[in-house]
Ligand binder design. Structure first.
Ligand SMILES: CC(C)(COP(=O)(O)OP(=O)(O)OC[C@H]1O[C@@H](n2cnc3c(N)ncnc32)[C@H](O)[C@@H]1OP(=O)(O)O)[C@@H](O)C(=O)NCCC(=O)NCCS
Length: 166
């Protein structure tokens, strides 16, 4: 099955969504969704958005929070005329259930991320959308959407300049 429509199926996470069996292949991300995402809604530490199927099962999710990174280690274009630290909107977690990977769900999530980032950008300042890819395949995924690896920063940080958000 191909997922080509669908940002309408992406909603803020809620306790009546089903995610106990969610598995994106990364135990740390699964555990975060199952044990932290709702708690963080209460504290306001992050906001999680879930892609639901017709039975309210979570087939994918992402989370947003705010962050900042010191200028050292950023590319020159990212540093130019920027405050120190540089404000970021952080795409903290992204996962698609293994049964739904390679079908365009990740792409649908990113379309929603970009739409939401533009909305957020009307209300607060940030220079770039940032993410910490967990491995090389994740880096390749984000590269497709315009994120660039910052050469001097560990753990790996990829940024997409706000003005380049599609
Ligand atoms: C990475 C992940 C989110 C991709 O989701 P997905 O639904 O399979 O991705 P899509 O089917 O929408 O693919 C979108 C594009 O990314 C590419 N892509 C998907 N997974 C990829 C991977 N692992 N490596 C490289 N490219 C990848 C696809 O080929 C596609 O490119 P195209 O448009 O040129 O054909 C998903 O595989 C996942 O949840 N992985 C485990 C957790 C993870 O790594 N999260 C991201 C880092 S926190």
């Amino acid at each position: 099955m191909s997922h080509t429509t669908t940002t309408t199926m992406i909603r803020p996470i809620s306790p009546n969504h089903v995610f106990a069996t969610f598995d994106c292949g990364e135990p740390g991300l699964n555990a975060w969704l199952q044990h932290r995402a709702l708690a963080n809604e209460q504290t306001g530490d992050s906001r999680t958005f879930v892609y639901l199927d017709a039975q309210n099962r979570v087939i994918a999710f992402y989370a947003l929070t705010n962050g900042a990174v010191i200028r050292v280690g950023l590319t020159s274009s990212m540093r130019r005329n920027a405050p120190d630290p540089v404000g970021l909107l952080l795409l903290g977690q992204v996962g698609v259930d293994v049964q739904h990977q390679q079908q365009g769900v990740g792409k649908a999530l990113m379309v929603d991320v970009f739409k939401r980032a533009k909305l957020i950008g009307q209300h607060t300042g940030f220079r770039a959308l940032g993410t910490n890819p967990i491995d090389v395949p994740a880096q390749q995924f984000y590269t497709k959407f315009g994120f660039r690896l910052m050469p001097g920063i560990s753990p790996a940080l990829m940024l997409l300049r706000r003005r380049n958000i599609p």
